[in-house]
Design a protein around this ligand. Sequence first.
Ligand code: BGP
Length: 488
Amino acid sequence: MTQYQFPKGFLWGGATADFQYEGGFNEGGRGTCSQDFVTEGSVDRKRQITLKLADGSRGTVNCLETFPEGAEAQMYEDAYYPSHQAVDFYHHYREDIALLAEMGFNVFRFSICWSRIYPTGDEETPNQEGIDFYSNVIDECLKYGMEPLITICHDEMPDHLARTYDGWNSRHLIDAYVKYCRTLFENYGTRVRYWLTFNELNAIHGYAKIGVHTMTPQVYYQAQHHMFVASSKAIALGHEMMPGSMFGAMYAMSEMYPATCRSEDVFACYRQRRESLFFIDVMARGKYPNYAHEIFARKGVNLKIEEGDLQLLEKYPLDYVSFSYYRSTTVTADHFTTMDPMGIMGGEQNPYLESTPWGWPIDPLGLRYCLNELYDRYQKPLFVVENGLGAVDEISEDGKIHDPYRVKYLADHFRAMADAINIDHVPCIGYTMWAPIDLVSLQTGEMKKRYGFVYVDMDDRGNGTLKRIKKDSFEWMKEVIATGGGNL
Ligand code: BGP
């Protein structure tokens, strides 16, 4: 036994999302999804949603902006949309899953593209080819003893639901989502135990992620409310149809520190923390917290809650709490009001931490802190469902990819996680690294921000052979899993 030994049965794996990984956007009967209109970008050039404006001319908005009056999402031949091909898991899934199995993964998190199952979201019957595709993916995982961990809705939706109903701003989405869930449970329920109803609920916004055309706090929190209700309905149905199933939802979890010990900074940090935990508070504790009144009053939100909604949230909370952890944030009272609900954008520079080339502070101890904080607050099993390092990887002259920086990042985070489990006795059931095979970055749409143990030969404009090449970190990770952390 070493100091960093992980418990037997710990779930080790990787995580992906359909529109960043899968491609095949016009194959197998898949409908257009809301992410299909988002162009590539870079760290200083925001991704754009391409539009047809009311007068028929071409326009764009970035993913955080409100659509101009009368504008509609529209694709153009000369624009590059990374979701269309992504890195083509659609045709590489057997090869990719075999690589994950070779590393010893016993869990694989992937998301289902809603419009592959219901192309518009409003059909009476699902698209059989879509059902078959994920059925094959699940079987391929099980063949190697890998548990599928399915994200039902990862930051996307059938475009028709966005265009026609204003996405999650409409209660119609609740019914469409529950119908979609029923189809998934009917078809995969005997083979899948772990589910996530939504991805990063505290980081949703705009057309591409939740189908709304307007970016106001009112729309944002109303859409959230509909997602809370939809999630509880899915949990109710899931437990009924699949005894033993476990439901979580995923949160973007940046640990937060006050910029100084000035009381104002400490209190601003505390408030910001609660604002980011608000979403888990509702879903894990099953009720709106007292401090929601203050948030809604400050932001001018007047929530429409229908009869029965609150009872539903209370009756069907999450079974486990899962989150992504990439970084921490530093908060000062001076900029408090400009921070986003996730508490990442608008944070201060932390002089004690180094950052990634994309400006994300690297903070392994923050992961131990998060694990402790979340267990203290919710007393539910925890699952780290995203963590990893986005970096520029180069193929060396020897044809290999040497990525010691990734090994260091992961090893430091694994040690912090082991300390939370072994020393602090936090029940953390698993870890899925983002993303075991290189894929398209969500925020920037780039390929060169690479996370994988496996390199994919493709550039920022989608050119390349798509060949998969193991990086040095691949063998290291294999050893971590085989020894249960013995090599840390
Ligand atoms: C999370 C998302 C993922 C993923 C990750 C890394 O917010 O759930 O979809 O992309 O962040 O972010 P990025 O790809 O921008 O580096």
